[in-house]
Design a protein around this ligand. Sequence first.
Ligand SMILES: Cc1ncc(COP(=O)(O)O)c(C=O)c1O
Length: 392
Amino acid sequence: MTAMALQMEPGPTLVDDRVIQALAAPPMYHQSAEFAEMMDETCELLKQIYGTAGEVVVLPASGRGAVESALASADPVDRPLVVPANGTFGRMMAAIGGSLGMRVVELKHDSGQPLAVHDIEAELDRHDKPVLGVVHNETSTGMVNDLAEYAELVHRRDGLLLVDAVSSLGGTAIDFDDLGIDLCASAAQKSVGAPPGLAFVAVSERARDEIEGRRRPPLGYYLDLLRWWDQWVPRERGGRLKSGYRRLPWTMPTNLVVALRRALELTAEEGIEERWERHRRTGAGLRAAMAALGMHPVAPPGAESSTVGAFRLPGIDARTLRRRLAQRHRVHIAGGMDGDAATVIRIAHMAESARPGPQLHTIAAVAYELSALGVRAATDPTRDFLAAWCAE
Ligand SMILES: Cc1ncc(COP(=O)(O)O)c(C=O)c1O
């Protein structure tokens, strides 16, 4: 896993060796019965980590492809998109809506600022059938946005709730059905623990009805979610199979699906709740270690992400630190986004990077380089990591 370099950027992240080994097989014919079985098993496992009994569409795309396909499929021309954006990926969702010709209302927040529910409600009141788009886990700031209140607000106005869970799915509870989410986009390469190249959209009954009842052709052909029901979902599961038999709407990258299924099997073996807990404890450990080094999370207390830590540096240029970590230790961490490249570092704790081994290696290298740059640790950061990791 770590033979080449320690890849601690927030995705693509470290994956289990058994997932890498699953890639090494001949490609399969994507319309074969054998591959259909593989897809069905993969989708069942995906439903478990989403917390849904409904359909999860698998797309040959990256995370933003899933966000775009969700928006483009749901009759976007008449619908306003309200996006409370408190980070890079909220702003990206607004830009995707704009590129599709939606009327986008971006509720601007500073990066890392909690979302203002009252402002969101007031904005939703101004629109008919809005789509409310929320990023669950802002990878740019290491901040989690609480999803609890939004479904009710938006459904009262006949709207849909779209959630970007690209960096949280698999590492943080989503509870798609219980929370009343309508469309939830995610991808393989972060907390799900698989290689990049596949993305997913979980779709509620309500969203599916809206998509089916749309009055206009979708914006685009390739990633139109309705194709999944038209071509792939059997009639007994609510599909529409126009030709009468199942055919995947796209040529699937079959090796990636095999690897994804392996990752999801390993997640099922671990237990999804145990996995969320592992991510949470690793995040707490990393924050304790960084505090010993004088670094504090960009996210406000209580809203720290379970899958990525973003920290402000104590008077050192983050680019210098990252360069030294890469050159001298082969430890690769990310910098801040949106103008924060010099002041913020980001360290993943997702999938296989959410374990003491890679974290302690990274923390030791950060402490060593900070010390060389004149920053002394207040306490032992590796000890502080372990104390927090072992605490509960
Ligand atoms: C929260 C979030 N949304 C969307 C994306 C975009 O995903 P992708 O780069 O796979 O298109 C990312 C990528 O980091 C992300 O973290």
